[in-house]
Write a protein that binds this ligand. Structure first.
Ligand code: NAP
Length: 255
């Protein structure tokens, strides 16, 4: 576990945000964004402790508060323990943003069952386990949950049967959860980014990457900070009348 400085001493009034997948990419940018806006941020990551320490360092340098924790969201026991740890942090959990996600692309005809279920296990089941715990943790005071879908969950792409199914599932799950959670004062929304410049994007085959911008009206891929700002909006009080929605952020690609 990495714990970072409190150059700014935490107070009971400061809200807590849990960012899942905070060590890299969109989650990292979201952790930094939330900390910059006064949240005490607890960040979960799967294995990259060095990347998590880097996030902790950056937030501390900016005067914010961050605590990282290795928590694999495919394991319900780890999710339980992570949420139970979080309850020991002063203040109340107001926002939960699940950015953790993986790809294992391949054509369906040759895709192993393990490649299919593995992606669903992280992207869909993992999101469910975190959301379920968040509902329990926030049921007395309300809050906001933001899940991570993708434009691939709206328009499936060849080579991504597993990923498209997981991200389409996140959109449907968002709608169902929003209806259940509304009476508790908890909102549930999701984000559907197009292409965003992260490790996940850089892992795509170079020819696809090069041709991607041809299909984006704004002429470039997104930056993690652009998704992070939308995550903060949906996670916070400025979106108080929005629930059950999926916000597409793709430079106009699916317009
Ligand atoms: N980049 C894009 O173009 C794009 C487009 C649309 C949607 N998205 C979605 O946006 C989200 C973030 O993507 P990204 O590009 O930022 O990905 P990324 O750079 O690959 O980062 C993924 C993050 O998720 C964490 N993670 C993965 N599996 C986990 C698990 N089982 N438990 C806990 N944490 C786990 C990783 O932790 P470690 O560092 O420890 O591995 C890392 O912090 C994903 O859900 C992705 O599907 C991305």
């Amino acid at each position: 576990m990495t714990q970072q400085s409190r150059q700014q001493q935490p107070t009971q009034q400061q809200p807590i945000a849990l960012v899942v997948g905070a060590s890299r990419g969109i989650g990292r940018a979201t952790a930094i964004e939330m900390a910059a806006h006064g949240y005490r941020v607890v960040g979960w990551y799967r294995s990259d402790a060095a990347a998590d320490a880097e996030v902790a360092r950056q937030i501390a340098d900016d005067g914010g508060w961050y605590q990282g924790r290795r928590t694999d969201i495919t394991d319900q026991q780890q999710v339980r323990e992570g949420l139970s740890d979080l309850r020991r942090t002063d203040g109340s959990l107001q926002a939960v943003i699940v950015s953790a996600g993986i790809t294992r692309d391949g054509l369906a005809g040759t895709m192993s069952l393990e490649a299919f279920t593995g992606v669903l296990q992280t992207n869909l089941v993992g999101s469910f386990l975190v959301a379920r715990g968040a509902l329990r943790a926030m049921r007395k005071h309300g809050g906001s949950i933001v899940l991570m879908s993708s434009t691939s969950g709206i328009r499936g792409q060849a080579g991504q049967t597993n990923y498209a199914a997981s991200k389409g599932g996140v959109i449907a799950m968002t709608q169902a959860l929003a209806k259940e959670a509304a009476p508790l004062g908890i909102r549930v929304n999701s984000l559907a980014p197009g292409f965003v410049d992260t490790d996940m994007f850089r892992a795509m085959d170079p020819r696809t990457r090069a041709s991607v911008t041809d299909h984006i009206p704004l002429g470039r891929v997104g930056r993690p900070a652009e998704i992070a700002r939308a995550a903060r909006f949906l996670a916070g009080p400025d979106s108080s009348y929005i629930t059950g929605q999926t916000l597409v952020i793709d430079g106009g690609m699916t317009s």
